[in-house]
Structure formats: C-alpha cells, structure tokens
Design a protein around this ligand. Structure first.
Ligand code: SF4
Length: 271
C-alpha cells in the first residue's frame, strides 16, 4: 500500500514535532520522504523494523513516480533535446561556429565553450575528455543549438537592461552575479585579472576609459561577454562596480534565461 504524507505522519512518525531530524515538524519530514526520497532513518525515534517495512512500500511508490516532486532539470533537458532533435549537426558550424570532426566513426560538432571544448553528437553532449557535462549546461547548449542564428558578434555592447523584457532578470543579475563579484574582488583588481586570465579572459582594459579592468570572455564562438570592473574608492565613498556587457546579437543566439545561466556560470568560474 502506498504511503502518502498524511499516512506517514499519522501512522508511522511519532508526531512529537521534536525537531531532532532537522525539520520543524513530523509533517515536514514526511513531505521530504514522500516527495524527495529522503530516508526515513532521518527520524531517530523509529525502530529498525518500522523503517524496513516502510522503506519497502516507499521504494515501490518511488519506482512508479507516485507523489514524487517533478525533476525540473530533467524536464528542461527533455524539452531542450526535443527542440533541437531535427537539427542536422553538419549545419551547425555555419550558424553557431565550431567545426565538424569524426569521433568513433560518426560526425560530431566540436564547439569551444568557455575555456574548454564540448562535443555535440546526435546522442548527447560531452566534454573533450568524454565525460558528461551537467544537465543545466546541456540545456543551455541545446537552446543555443536550436536558437542560434548565424549573426556574428557586432562589437556593439549592451547591458542586460537594454534588452527587451529583462526587468526581473536585471534584479537577479545584480543579486546573483554582480554583487558576489563585487564582494569578492573589491580592493583586489589584480586578483580578478589573474582569475580572468586563468579562465581564458582577454584583457581589453585599455578600451574602457575609466574602468580599472575589462576582460572579454568568448563563452561560445558567437557569444562573447565583456566584464567591466571599477574598484572601490573608499576615500571618495565609491563602492566597487561590476558590469557584464553582451553583444547586441546575443538574443539571436540565446533566450534571456540562458543569458542569466551563462552570467552565473562566468561568476562561478571567476569566484
Ligand atoms: S525527529 Fe521524528 S519525531 Fe522528531 S520531528 Fe522529526 S520526524 Fe518528528
């Protein structure tokens, strides 16, 4: 018999809401067990026989996907794969760059990605060394494959807020990309420059008048990103400033969610 959150809370857990499991109530732990496969062993007040009996019932309902929280990343990957399923890999270099190479007897797109290379084949995407990339990165690359037009970078840089429909994302960009970079590198532009070079950034500081640093990152062959940094000037009351700039053609290659993804990925690599 399947165990719902209510069944588990009412018939199995002690209902003392003691918090020893790290959750504030027995109901909260029951929710995690049913929807996210958290082990019942997290409640230290259950005997081994009860845990064993319930675990058998839970395993059966997990295998049917009953009451399990949906795996959003898996859904996104399925959707993104579907969107690019009809694409002929040999057409891709013309649109998104990279080159076709032979691997194990089949044609594969070799695509520069940050300071690495990925291989895009009909059955999936892998790193240069054959290892898998994360699901979120796969979604990002499938979206680029499906959306990528043939426009080459124009050299006209824009901040996120200059693209349409980005109001809510501008807030996320400040909170999740610019603020952590400011915090990490305020007073340490040399540290930022060192890190930027290490992940393949090209120094463009001379081209950005008042900026203390400007680095160009070739995220994908058709998708460059510019990071511009002004260091703090405490004596004048100025905090450090960080801005990411995108080529004006970027929305022909990526949707806004994907632009956010690459920005956060760049921040993670720098930090
Ligand atoms: S440790 Fe057990 S009894 Fe205590 S709150 Fe968690 S589930 Fe309930």
């Amino acid at each position: 018999m399947a165990l719902s959150v209510i069944d588990l809370c009412r018939d199995v857990l002690p209902q003392t809401n003691c918090g020893d499991c790290g959750y504030r109530s027995c109901m909260a732990l029951a929710g995690m067990v049913v929807s996210e496969k958290l082990s019942l062993e997290n409640c230290p007040h259950l005997d081994a026989e009860t845990i064993q009996r319930c675990s058998r019932e839970l395993a059966a309902q997990y295998s049917q996907g009953k009451w399990l929280k949906r795996d959003m990343a898996e859904d996104a990957l399925f959707w993104a794969r579907q969107g690019s399923a009809a694409i002929d890999i040999e057409d891709l270099p013309e649109r998104i760059g990279g080159k076709i190479v032979e691997r194990a007897g089949q044609k594969v797109l070799e695509l520069p990605y940050f300071n690495d290379v990925v291989h895009i084949a009909r059955q999936g995407i892998s790193k240069n060394d054959g290892s898998e990339i994360t699901r979120n990165e796969q979604v990002f690359l499938y979206i680029h494959m499906a959306r990528g037009g043939s426009a080459k970078p124009s050299g006209n840089w824009k901040s996120l807020k200059e693209f349409p429909n980005t109001v809510s994302k501008v807030v996320s960009m400040k909170a999740h990309v610019e603020a952590p970079l400011k915090e990490k590198f305020s007073g340490n532009p040399a540290g930022l420059a060192k890190r930027a070079r290490k992940i393949g950034g090209i120094d463009q500081t001379g081209d950005y008048g008042t900026a203390d640093l400007a680095f160009l990152f070739q995220v994908l062959p058709r998708v460059p990103v510019m990071l511009v940094f002004w260091d703090a000037e405490p004596e004048d009351g100025f905090e450090a400033e960080v801005r990411l700039l995108f080529d004006q053609t970027i929305t022909g290659h990526l949707d806004i969610e994907s632009i956010m993804f690459l920005s956060e990925r760049l921040k993670d690599l720098l930090c």
